[in-house]
Design a protein around this ligand. Structure first.
Ligand SMILES: Cc1cc2nc3c(=O)[nH]c(=O)nc-3n(C[C@H](O)[C@H](O)[C@H](O)COP(=O)(O)OP(=O)(O)OC[C@H]3O[C@@H](n4cnc5c(N)ncnc54)[C@H](O)[C@@H]3O)c2cc1C
Length: 425
């Protein structure tokens, strides 16, 4: 079913009247979670034919978004018999959560979408399509390795970087642009790809049977795990409730919603520093709250922060709470700032690093270090025969966690996998 783009509040009211079940995706441009949601949303439109699927460009219809209490992108709002429903989804939206609410809303059950070919057979399955996965796919394609790459965000984590100035050949480029260039290269090499995540892994006599979130099954002789890391959360009681309601993990995606407002950035690394600098271009005031006495990371960013009069760093302070019920009103500080323990802000950007997701690591039986990073040898092999790992997910050179190191490990892994497959022939 076609997804309709709503252009005015009047059109929205009309569609609301005409459709028993309506769903609206408020999206933004240059928003990685919005892009991640797009193919899932399209898939839902084919699965739930009785539901009207629409999209609204949030910045284009800001008064309507505000009226509906939508303050982050993407936010999916549901409507039944003309009434806006309490349930809504925002931030990193998972397919299962969307299916759950749509089934509840419409009373219909999601049809299973199955691949036409049944189980796909391949020599190499690359899990993840960030810089490590893409580089490995490029090298593997040139070695003519039979491969498939599975991932749900081409370019990975760098898509949320507004400015990259340390990737050779690019003096200054946005993460989205660099991602697109890498994706274009892998597409030009006609690497088979599935836009999904691997959700299940099973070891068998010929290698590994993998299952994607789309329901595809892949039987592969070798696996290269490049699934990267996920944003670390503060772990505060109401944090998840306030995601998309003032709390964000991506300044590039949500920064534009805080035009002329006051925001807090939590953290003191390069990611937090660049988030503050980006937000200072949009917001009136940026407070950067850091638990240590000095910012760390690239001196170039730290110098820019010091020179920017919109940014104020609050050192030796932790965020120990979030105030506000349905909308963030402030962050609670461990040490009072200017006599107050609650710092009033409209938005809080949590930039306190990231960590590997253990689900696939455990299913593959991979050995990890104390930080849950996959232990790899110089050739990117792991403790499991037939499984390699590369990029931010490893304990190797990527203690540095950069695009260039992820690419480097991806290239080394691909070369080693090629030799392994040659030996097995
Ligand atoms: C805001 C920000 C700014 C940054 N700026 C810079 C910079 O200026 N310079 C620099 O060099 N680095 C920068 N980095 C770091 C850089 O982005 C990472 O080091 C790099 O992206 C790591 O690449 P990767 O391929 O290992 O992992 P990722 O980029 O994290 O990619 C992993 C991929 O795997 C996918 N995936 C996860 N789970 C699964 C699954 N189960 N199945 C299938 N796929 C899965 C993800 O969707 C993603 O596409 C920045 C990072 C951030 C967040």
């Amino acid at each position: 079913m076609e997804i309709q783009y709503i252009k005015s509040a009047e059109e929205f009211e009309q569609i609301k009247k005409e459709n028993e079940f309506l769903v609206v995706d408020f999206f933004s441009e240059d928003c990685p979670p919005c892009e991640k949601l797009a193919p899932i949303y399209e898939k839902m439109a084919t699965i739930f034919p009785t539901v009207k699927f629409t999209k609204i460009f949030r910045q284009g219809l800001r008064p309507l978004a505000e009226l509906l209490g939508v303050s982050g992108s993407p936010t999916v709002v549901f409507c039944k018999s003309g009434a806006i429903q309490e349930e809504r989804l925002s931030g990193e939206i998972k397919e299962n959560d969307l299916v759950f609410i749509l089934e509840k809303l419409s009373g219909a059950s999601a049809e299973e979408i199955k691949t036409e070919d049944g189980v796909r057979k391949t020599d190499l399955c690359i899990i993840g399509n960030g810089p490590a996965g893409i580089t490995a796919a490029i090298y593997a394609a040139r070695y003519k390795v039979d491969q498939i790459m599975v991932g749900d965000l081409a370019g990975g984590l760098m898509t949320s970087s507004h400015k990259i100035c340390n990737f050779p050949s690019q003096t200054e480029i946005s993460g989205m642009e660099l991602s697109q260039m890498m994706a274009d290269q892998v597409n030009a090499l006609e690497v088979p790809q599935i836009n999904a995540r691997i959700s299940k892994v099973e070891k068998n006599s010929t290698g590994y049977l993998l299952e994607t979130t789309n329901g595809d099954q892949i039987q592969t002789k070798t696996v290269l795990l490049t699934a990267g890391t996920k944003h670390r959360h503060l772990g505060l009681p109401n944090e998840e409730d306030l995601v998309g309601r003032g709390v964000s993990y991506c300044a590039t995606c949500d920064g534009a919603f805080f035009n002329n407002k006051t925001v807090a950035v939590i953290g003191g690394s390069d990611t937090a520093n660049t988030a503050s600098l980006y937000l200072a271009q949009v917001a009136n005031k940026v407070y950067q709250v850091y638990r240590k006495g000095a910012l760390r990371g690239e001196t170039a960013w730290i110098d820019q922060i010091k020179e920017n009069n919109k940014i104020q760093v609050i050192y030796n302070t932790e965020v120990i709470g979030l105030s506000g019920e349905n909308q963030l009103e402030g962050v609670v500080l461990s040490t009072p700032f200017e006599g107050n323990t609650v710092l009033k802000v409209d938005g809080a950007f949590v930039e306190i690093g990231s960590e590997p997701d253990l689900s696939l690591i455990n299913q593959l039986g991979l050995a990890t270090d104390e930080g849950n990073y996959v232990i790899t040898a110089k050739d990117q092999t792991t403790n499991q025969s037939g499984v390699w790992a590369a990029g931010d997910i490893t304990n190797g050179s990527n203690n540095f966690r950069q695009i260039i190191t992820a690419c480097s490990e991806g290239a080394i892994a691909a070369q080693n996998i090629f030799e392994y497959l040659q030996r097995k022939k």
